[in-house]
Design a protein around this ligand. Structure first.
Ligand code: ZN
Length: 146
């Protein structure tokens, strides 16, 4: 039952990604690539030194990549930079292991934990997040999951 709901959420966000737009004059802009699957995104993050005020993305990729990026932008808008990095770590570790790690508040992101059974899809699910960390760290090189 829960699996079905999660499946629907992924399909919905994959088909109709939220926050799918550029942000003009975004403070951070980062390209991310997952050559194994062909996923390519550009992530835009508007933030000051504390809070992410707006976050959006563009690009193309599989349903897992698109829905993960879409869900990520919904979850991170309004969050602090430090909370966002903690959430990245929790999400990453949870997706790799397939169960939410202790203390993780994943919410809708739990829909993606099923990809742990498919190691190549883990890279699809985490591409947006790796790209986010690079954007916040001010690393202007293309993020590659390879
Ligand atoms: Zn993919």
């Amino acid at each position: 039952m829960l699996q079905d709901l999660y499946q629907e959420l992924i399909v919905d966000h994959g088909k109709n990604p939220r926050n799918f737009r550029p942000i003009e004059h975004a403070r951070s802009c980062q390209h991310g690539n997952n050559p194994l699957c062909g996923d390519r995104i550009i992530l835009y993050v508007q933030h000051d030194d504390v809070i992410i005020s707006d976050i959006a993305f563009q690009g193309e990729g599989c349903a897992i990549c698109m829905s993960s990026a879409s869900l990520m932008t919904q979850v991170l808008k309004g969050k602090s930079l430090s909370d966002s990095k903690v959430l990245f770590q929790h999400f990453h570790d949870s997706v790799v292991s397939g169960v939410a790690v202790d203390g993780a508040k994943l919410g809708k992101l739990e829909a993606l934990l099923g990809v742990s059974q498919y190691p190549t899809r883990v890279k699809c699910a985490t591409l947006a997040w790796h790209t986010l960390v690079a954007a916040l760290d001010g690393n202007n090189e293309v993020v590659c999951t390879e």
